[in-house]
Design a protein around this ligand. Structure first.
Ligand SMILES: *Cc1c(COP(=O)(O)O)cnc(C)c1O
Length: 397
């Protein structure tokens, strides 16, 4: 019998990174602004912008830092209200709070996508920015979101932390709004341990974000061009020092050429497992919206809404006994993606639709490197656990 695959192990970092890291260690050239030009971080910014088809990029210490700087770069008023989906990672409302703004949570449906009725209703005159988190790469109806943001003259930030390579009408996710933010934390498609990057076509936003990221004095000269924008903002903005260092860029750059194959392999793996799970009468993998081409490295699926919490947890325990670890977002203690655990926010109105989804939505990693035998093992284990749970007499609760 095949053993359960370890879905948490990372892939090795390409060998070119080691040579570059040795070179950097030998010279001690770790700070992005030491050399006048062509520092690894600056080269990463050029390469990433080109890869995504954006004009400018700024590499920083995390995607959370990129989200924070994006909000600051927009120059929003004190305590500006920012719409975010209620299904996201705790780092997102945290970035909003950190930027001195107030998050307003929007309902998310059983297909993990924003409820457009609730979105349209909450996008009133009090909303100063919209921050869309493409959670686990699931893309909401961006046509309607962009049209509503334009109609209300409200800037759109995309949190594409976990969506690198996803497209919407063949456009890269992260290039649809004014600013797009990505993560290089280890569980994302490109792994540097930590790191983030923002992209934009707006030179003034870029200049503001660069300065606030910690381009003190005239270090902005080491970014490409835009002198008049930088000169305008220099010394007028606080420095938050959220820079990326050269070692991170050395780890990231050789992974960029691998993004396309990781995306296609990840999608093939996902769709294979999704097909098997959807053939099981008990499990449902929601379909993407038609303009979306996904880039998943994990799979989400729904357990039946009429199951009790005990049944859902029983399913989880049965899968775990065979070595397949799934989490049900709303049933795992203190889950950072369950909005009721964001106790750092002011008390929020309940969001029954999002709550209902979180209580039955299961999540498991499905990295691109898995073999066909691994995928078969995972799918058959999940199906077996689901069928036994569906047939087992209900535990009284
Ligand atoms: C990982 C993640 C983040 C945070 O990224 P960091 O680089 O760890 O700060 C934010 N949003 C989403 C949707 C994520 O998946």
């Amino acid at each position: 019998m095949t053993a359960a695959p370890n879905v948490y192990d990372a892939e090795p970092i390409p060998a070119e990174a080691r040579a570059e890291i040795d070179r950097l260690l030998a010279s001690g050239d770790l700070f992005r602004y030491t050399r006048p030009q062509d520092a690894p971080v600056a080269l990463l910014e050029q390469e990433f912008a080109a890869l995504l088809g954006a004009k400018y990029a700024l590499a920083v210490s995390s995607c959370s830092a990129a989200l924070f700087l994006s909000l600051k770069a927009l120059n929003l008023p004190h305590e500006a209200r920012v719409l975010i989906p209620a299904f996201t990672f705790a780092a997102v409302p945290s970035a909003v709070v950190h930027a001195d703004c107030v998050p307003v949570l929007v309902e998310v449906g059983e297909n993990y996508r924003i409820n457009m009725g609730d979105f349209a209703g909450k996008l009133d005159g009090s909303i100063k920015a919209v921050l869309i988190s493409h959670m686990r790469g699931h893309t909401s109806d961006m046509d309607t979101i962009m049209a509503l943001c334009t109609a209300h003259n409200v800037p759109l930030i995309e949190d594409a932390a976990h969506s690198l390579g996803t497209t919407w009408h063949n456009r890269q996710i992260g290039t649809l709004g004014k600013i797009g933010c990505f993560s290089f934390q280890s569980y994302k498609l490109v792994n540097a341990g930590e790191g983030g990057i923002l992209i934009t076509d707006d030179p003034d936003l870029l200049a503001r974000a660069v300065i606030m990221s910690g381009a003190y004095e005239e270090n902005w000269q080491k970014h490409q061009g835009l002198a008049e924008h930088f000169a305008k903002w220099q010394n007028h903005l606080p420095l938050y020092n959220l820079r990326m260092q050269n070692l991170s860029a050395a780890v990231i750059r050789p992974q960029l050429p691998l993004v396309a194959s990781r995306v296609s392999q990840g999608l093939a793996n996902h769709d294979y497992v999704a097909g098997l799970l959807n053939a099981c009468p008990v499990l449902t993998v929601p379909k993407p919206l038609s303009p979306e081409a996904r880039a998943p490295d994990s799979i989400q699926f729904n357990l039946p809404q009429d199951w009790t919490d005990a049944q859902a947890l029983g399913f989880q325990t049965r899968a775990m006994a065979d070595g397949v670890k799934v989490q049900i977002f709303g049933l795992s203690q203190g889950n950072a993606r369950a909005y009721w655990n964001w106790k750092f926010l002011a008390p929020q109105p309940d969001l029954p639709q999002t709550r209902k989804m979180l209580m039955r939505a299961a999540d498991m990693r499905l990295p691109a490197r898995l073999t066909c035998a691994d995928l078969d093992y995972i799918a058959s284990t999940l199906i077996k656990a689901a069928m036994i749970t569906a047939q087992a007499p209900l535990a009284a609760k």
